[in-house]
Design a protein around this ligand. Structure first.
Ligand code: MTE
Length: 320
């Protein structure tokens, strides 16, 4: 990660970034209005939306969520051109530049381990019949920058329950696609591929934990982890693993890529915590992309009310 290699300049925003955001706000207003029109049994028109959607994933009736933040959205251009996705390169602009190397069709997810229903599922079957929701979340990278992203996704918990985890399922492990022939980053030894992440089962089942299939109302750009990625908003961004091809229920805590690469720097929990500095930099403050001055980092990235109780009795300095 650049966190290991070099510190980069924050992204410079252009006028078009700002325009994007303004258009999006207008759309959100429009959708609200459309919803009330629908209630009066007039056909809602989504004609002004761009042509969107993976094969059978319906991006047209995305519901709002009480879990969304009111923080100002980061512009689409910034969210999709300032990325960490090491499979597509190490610099922030590489994932967008190399996005075409990621082949997302067809896509399936392999479910294994401590659950009754194992198997390989086409993406559409894996998601269905879930209804998509918009979740506007803060994303705080361990490198001390942050964004506000309007994800489109579904809660992970109900999806996991469909596979009937056994009483031995204490952790969930996720893996990213392994495709060194196509993914330029996987030809290099920066991480032990495939990228792996894991959560305790109660973290995975928490209603804030989602699988995202889109952002800004349309399907995920490849550089953001298409077609399916995890989003855990109270943890550092590297826990939010991209382009997931397998989910494994485990009794023991799984090894995770960044923890293997730097166990003293990247803990298994990696909850956002301004009180625990990274060994090489402070985690007290962060640069919100698009803002000039740094802002305070909040415990659990501002989601403490919802998630702090998951860690009652744990020493979060030891279990960082
Ligand atoms: N997932 C994979 N497979 N490979 C990666 O390099 N980078 C992580 C995370 N998920 C990464 C990944 C890091 S460090 C961050 S901050 C977020 O993705 C960035 O997500 P974004 O590019 O959509 O903002």
């Amino acid at each position: 990660m650049n966190m290991l290699i070099k510190v980069r300049k924050p992204l410079d925003l252009t006028e078009s970034d700002v325009t994007d955001q303004a258009i999006y706000k207008e759309r959100r207003k429009f959708i609200k209005n459309s919803a009330s029109l629908a209630a009066m049994s007039l056909a809602p028109s989504f004609a002004m939306w761009p042509a969107i959607g993976a094969a059978n994933i319906n991006f047209e009736n995305i519901s709002k969520s009480e879990y969304s933040t009111n923080d100002e959205l980061t512009p689409f251009d910034a969210i999709t051109s300032y990325n960490n996705f090491y499979e597509l390169g190490l610099d922030k602009g590489d994932p967008k530049r190399n996005a075409h190397h990621l082949k997302v069709k067809p896509w399936s997810v392999l479910v294994t381990g401590e659950c009754e229903e194992t198997g390989e599922f086409d993406l559409e079957d894996f998601i269905s019949p879930a209804k998509l929701e918009e979740r506007i979340y803060r994303l705080r990278c361990v490198e001390a920058w942050s964004m506000v992203i309007p994800w489109v996704g579904i809660e992970l918990g109900p999806i996991l329950k469909k596979f009937k985890p056994t009483s031995k399922a204490k952790y969930v492990e996720f893996k990213t696609i392994l495709d060194p022939e196509n993914l330029p980053g996987q030809k290099r030894n920066v991480l032990d591929w495939p990228y792996r992440e894991g959560l305790r089962i109660d973290e995975a089942m928490h209603p804030l934990t989602i699988l995202a299939v889109g952002l800004y109302g349309k399907k995920l750009p490849n550089q953001n982890g298409a077609p399916l990625r995890l989003v855990v908003p109270w943890k550092y961004g590297f826990k939010s693993i991209k382009s997931i091809v397998s989910i494994n229920f485990l009794e023991e805590q799984p090894a995770t890529s960044w923890n293997l690469a730097g166990p003293k720097e990247y803990g298994f929990y990696s909850n956002v915590n301004p009180e625990v500095d990274h060994p090489r930099w402070s985690q007290k403050r962060e640069r919100r992309i698009g803002e000039f001055l740094k802002r305070e980092t909040l415990p659990f990235n501002g989601y403490a009310d919802q998630v702090a109780s998951l860690y009652t009795g744990m020493d979060l300095k030891q279990n960082f």
